[in-house]
Design a protein around this ligand. Sequence first.
Ligand SMILES: [Zn+2]
Ligand SMILES: [Zn+2]
Length: 354
Amino acid sequence: MRPDGANVIQSVCPKCGLPAEQGLCPQCILESTELLICPDLAEVTICSVCGSRQVKGKWQIPDSRSVEELASQAAVDSLWFHKEFERPEVELELCKVGATRYLARASVTGSFKGQAVQKQCEIPVRIKLVACDRCSRIAGKYFQSTVQVRGNRNRELSKQEMEECKRTAESMADSGYRGGDQLSFIQEIKVVKGGLDIVLGSTQLGRHLARALQERFGGKLLESCKLVGRKDNRDVYRSTLLVRLPRLKRGDIVSFRGSLFEVAGFDGKTTRIASLREGRRSSLSEESAENVEVLGNRADAQKAMVVSEDHDILEILDPETFRTALAPRPKDLEIKSGEEVKVVRTVNGFIVLE
Ligand SMILES: [Zn+2]
Ligand SMILES: [Zn+2]
């Protein structure tokens, strides 16, 4: 009420003339506010080789989403909402309009300053197929590092060791890639004279792999670097990691200080061994490892039938000639005649494994 007692003039919306409390009426506010902006085009960049997707300039590991799902997601992500647009919900209908083109029809609902809002728009989506950095580098024979696995003067790499190197390389390359290293890939695995060359996309992967192989097989690791050129004003190096395997390998049965031992693993320069008779753990120095007598390897074990047994000796059937032979019985080995045991043939007769 004014002091003079005159009636208050109802204020009106300057745009439409309808009554309004102050300034524009709610309807005109709604009409003049940009609540939703639809882009002219949304893009999805996918590697045509591996299916990974580029997001904000970064390549992401391929997942199980289909191209349609990615296109829908890109359409939704491309929408811009006014910050006071409350609880916007987008319903999308996706149509394929070409080999790499889609049209997304979006129907958006929500509220703005207490009023229900419904908007519609169409977003063209284009699928851009390119080769990702990783796939281009793989195709371009790119590599940073070579892990050379070699035997030594006494022995070459066994088939099993080669297989294990390959498996380890594959699983490490894969987990490095999943961990975000785009260059974590195997360029090539070559069987060469004396061993295996594992050619890798990244030096980091090379170092990890070389260390893992040394831990598994023992032996020595030697790294060298070579300058191969310059790129973007930086020197480009390639590393070579030589893993030279020791004379002994896991599962080797050796004669040491009058007892039989099996090689259990490696700790740096020492070789861990366990006695076949009692399982007693011990280790060999570098020098002993070079000199102990190797009788066989657990991997070459065969099954043999026990013909008769007493406290210290088993009489077994030679699995190849089927003649009987005698072998020392491991302490505490529970076995009866007619059962089978695992044996390793050596120049000094059979060794029974537990
Ligand atoms: Zn109005
Ligand atoms: Zn790719």
